[in-house]
Design a protein around this ligand. Structure first.
Ligand SMILES: Nc1ncnc2c1ncn2[C@@H]1O[C@H](COP(=O)(O)OP(=O)(O)OP(=O)(O)O)[C@@H](O)[C@H]1O
Ligand SMILES: [Mg+2]
Length: 433
């Protein structure tokens, strides 16, 4: 597909910002309102399609403060696509940029409370996410923090509903569990139930969240280096709360015990879990002014321009600790003395780029080249198979359903077809980080 032709004559593709197992994500420029947005594209000739489900779920949670704004969905000759609000960096990228690849307790808790809310909101509309992991949460850009329907949106947003599954019937009853289910999710964060081939339920999204918390706080998980999901399962089974929560505030053990007590049909006590986190937050003396780790870095980097010596000191502290919150004045001073590394302009620019991505002509050209290469390859393959250029085969009914849904989402049809979606659940979905 040519990157120079705007999608629907409206969204001009700029640079690629994400690539996952199910699609490519581009930053686009909306020629109608001169704003940037994000587009998730899925080739229509691939046999595993997830975008239709993703759009249906995103549509259902539009009321939630923790969802990205759905702008439009459409299709052209090559792609189904979803246009949505442009978000900032995902939490996996952010964590990896922290010293020791860890978040502070304060940052983990602030994000954790929002993540529990977002998981609760998906469950409320009858879906499980089934792929809770750091790269499936992203930050909302400051300019999009305006109130929506009178409610302040959240800072951390849940994305990627390609593996979601409806766990209730159309009457709102719990669907009976299937006897045996293929593995779903990402091995590093999957619950033991998922490894054991059990039907997943609400508790399993929270198990993944629990593993994510440990990774945020410790910088890694005990099974980090393992590749085979069977080996990962074995290690997970060995680690009880004592093994994993040993060095953490006791509330994490209580969190573990709550999710461990849940049966397939049980509704988690989301409020109780959030409360456990906020109890720690207050006990440690954090409040609404406590900043996220990356804000501390960014503010301090800004300080560089005003006062190089001050910035130098802060930089040293951050280099050591990742956060200045937990340290007394004298501790900060001694750290500053110990490290007097001059801050680099590139570092400031890198940070700026991370939060306010620029349109990069170069990467656009590269993507254009890559795309035309890919296109040639597909044409070549098609020719090899049939001797002549083969038309991409499509499933008629799926196309009709997608088009019906497009009309409904884009306001051209008032009947809600997403509620009756019969989504195929049998996709191979083992992704190992
Ligand atoms: N609206 C958005 N704005 C900015 N970045 C986004 C947006 N949506 C997705 N991304 C980025 O693209 C990455 C991949 O997106 P997403 O998780 O939706 O794709 P996926 O193909 O389902 O990925 P995977 O299979 O790896 O989980 C995200 O981790 C995020 O960094
Ligand atoms: Mg993803």
């Amino acid at each position: 597909m040519s990157l120079s032709i705007p999608l629907k004559g409206r969204w001009k593709l700029l640079n690629k910002i994400g690539q996952g197992g199910f699609g490519e994500i581009y930053c686009v420029y909306d020629l109608e309102n001169q704003q940037k947005a994000a587009v998730k594209m899925e080739r229509i000739d691939r046999n595993k399609r997830a975008l239709r489900l993703e759009i249906a779920v995103l549509k259902k949670i539009q009321e939630s403060r923790f969802s990205a704004n759905l702008v439009y969905c459409g299709r052209n000759n090559e792609y189904n696509y979803l246009v949505m609000e442009l978000l900032g960096p995902n939490l996996s990228t952010l964590r990896k940029k922290q010293p020791q690849q860890r978040f502070s307790l304060a940052t983990t808790i602030k994000l954790g409370v929002q993540m529990i809310h977002s998981i609760e909101d998906i469950h409320e509309v009858g879906y499980l996410h089934r792929d809770i992991k750091p790269s499936n949460f992203a930050l909302r850009l400051a300019k999009n923090m305006k109130k929506r329907n009178g409610i302040s949106p959240s800072y951390c947003v849940i994305i990627d509903f390609g593996l979601s599954r409806k766990y209730v019937t159309s009457e709102g009853e719990l669907r009976p569990p299937r006897e045996e289910v293929g593995f779903r999710g990402t091995a590093r964060y999957a619950s033991i139930n998922s490894h054991d081939g059990k039907e997943l339920s609400r508790r399993d999204d929270l198990w993944s969240l629990f593993y994510l918390f440990i990774e945020f706080l410790e910088g890694s998980l005990p099974w980090q280096r393992l590749k085979e999901k069977e080996e990962i399962a074995q290690v997970k089974k060995k680690y009880t709360n004592i093994g994993m929560c040993r060095d953490l505030p006791e509330e994490f053990t209580t969190f573990y015990k709550h999710i461990d007590s849940l049966k397939y049909e049980d509704k988690p006590n989301y409020k109780y879990l959030r409360r456990l986190l906020t109890d720690i937050y207050h006990r440690y003396g954090y409040d609404e002014n406590t900043k996220y780790d990356w804000q501390i870095v960014r503010d301090n980097l800004r300080g560089v321009r005003r006062s190089p010596s001050l910035a130098k000191s802060f930089d040293s502290t951050i280099a050591m600790t990742g956060t200045t919150n937990d340290f007394s004045r004298s501790k900060k001073k001694s750290l500053i003395r110990a490290f007097s590394k001059e801050i680099q302009k590139e570092e400031f620019d890198k940070m700026n780029d991370m939060f306010f991505p620029k349109v990069q002509e170069k990467s656009q050209n590269n993507s254009e080249k890559q795309n035309s290469k890919q296109k040639n390859k597909i044409q070549e393959n098609n020719q090899n198979e049939n001797g002549t250029s083969k038309k991409v085969k499509e499933n008629e009914s799926e196309i009709n359903e997608f088009e019906k849904m497009m009309k409904m989402i884009n306001g051209e049809d008032k009947s809600d077809t997403t509620s009756s979606l019969n989504i195929d659940d049998d996709r191979a979905c083992c992704i190992i980080l």
